[in-house]
Design a protein around this ligand. Structure first.
Ligand SMILES: Nc1ncnc2c1ncn2[C@@H]1O[C@H](COP(=O)(O)OP(=O)(O)O)[C@@H](O)[C@H]1O
Ligand SMILES: [Mg+2]
Length: 277
């Protein structure tokens, strides 16, 4: 699939975020996040240190409640850490003003949610165009690019349909097309296959893998499923709000091109996710 697109050209908006044309990377240093839960305090993240460099496809795994979604939200600029640093492409996301965060979320990071988050009253095409229209881009350009992306993702024949007339897999592709509109260097996906059957999930991974390659994108995906993580080059495991460890899915180089299968990967991830005795 030819998903090659040019990254949006630098504008004043871009330069405010200061990361146009840079190598995608994520750096977390001592990141904590506390939520007030009634009178109780929840330590969702307790000091995350994490470094991911360059384009590629990476997975985050861990038990429910280990802090995966919280970490994604901080990297996406949807929320701020209680303490610590979150940098993307060398720029401190945690230190951005609200105005900078709005531009960052719109232009520099693509977000794909488990529940797609498409607007029910809009067609697939309008959903993909929306962020660009909000960004003040001319409508004709927006429509042309949105149609192009829907075609690349194989759902152009569904462009005029509303989300409720689309299958889960189709909705997910529309959500990905929307996330890719500005060709962001970083794409975050939180359990993107949670609502898909295994066939639709496999097709989605083919698409995501192609996206990471041809767009020079850093793709970070939260997933429960070892079959999903097996498509990634590295698996990062969270346990109880910290990084318990990480491993490469390619085996040690002795046999070129061999990769961990889903079973071996699940075992490895489960070992890291288990609390130490
Ligand atoms: N908005 C919130 N308010 C209070 N507690 C929250 C909030 N979001 C998450 N938490 C808590 O933080 C912890 C980590 O949650 P989360 O990041 O969603 O984990 P995961 O995605 O790994 O399942 C959990 O104990 C969860 O209940
Ligand atoms: Mg979650």
């Amino acid at each position: 699939m030819g998903l090659r697109t040019t990254r949006s050209t630098g504008t004043d908006n871009d330069s405010k975020c200061g990361m146009e044309e840079s190598t995608p990377s994520i750096l977390c240093r001592g990141v904590t996040k506390q939520y007030a839960h009634g009178v109780r305090r929840v330590d969702a993240l307790r000091g995350v240190d994490l470094s991911i460099e360059g384009p590629g496809f990476h997975a985050i795994m861990g038990a429910s409640g280990s802090g995966k979604s919280t970490l994604m939200h901080l990297v996406a600029g949807l929320d701020r850490p209680t303490s610590g640093e979150v940098s993307v492409a060398g720029v401190r996301v945690d230190a951005m003003s609200e105005a900078e965060l709005t531009l960052y979320r719109r232009r520099r990071v693509g977000i794909v949610f488990q529940h797609f988050n498409l607007l029910a009253s809009m067609t697939a095409l309008e959903n993909v165009m929306l962020p660009a229209l909000l960004d003040g881009q001319p409508r004709r350009e927006c429509e042309a690019r949105a149609r192009h992306l829907l075609e690349e993702l194989g759902v152009h024949d569904r462009a005029e349909h509303r989300p409720d007339a689309l299958s889960g897999g189709e909705q997910q592709r529309v959500a990905i097309a929307r996330a890719l509109y500005f060709a962001p260097p970083l794409v975050l996906a939180d359990e993107p296959t949670g609502n898909l059957d295994s066939e639709a999930a496999a097709r989605l991974f083919a698409v995501l893998t192609a996206v990471a390659k041809t767009h020079n994108t850093l793709l970070l995906m939260v997933t429960h499923e070892a079959t999903a993580a097996a498509h990634c080059q590295r698996v990062i495991v969270l346990r109880d709000g910290v990084v318990a460890g990480s491993f490469e899915t390619a085996s040690d180089g002795s046999a070129a091109g061999r990769r961990l299968d889903a079973g071996a990967l699940a075992t490895r991830a489960a070992e890291l996710a288990r609390p130490p005795r």
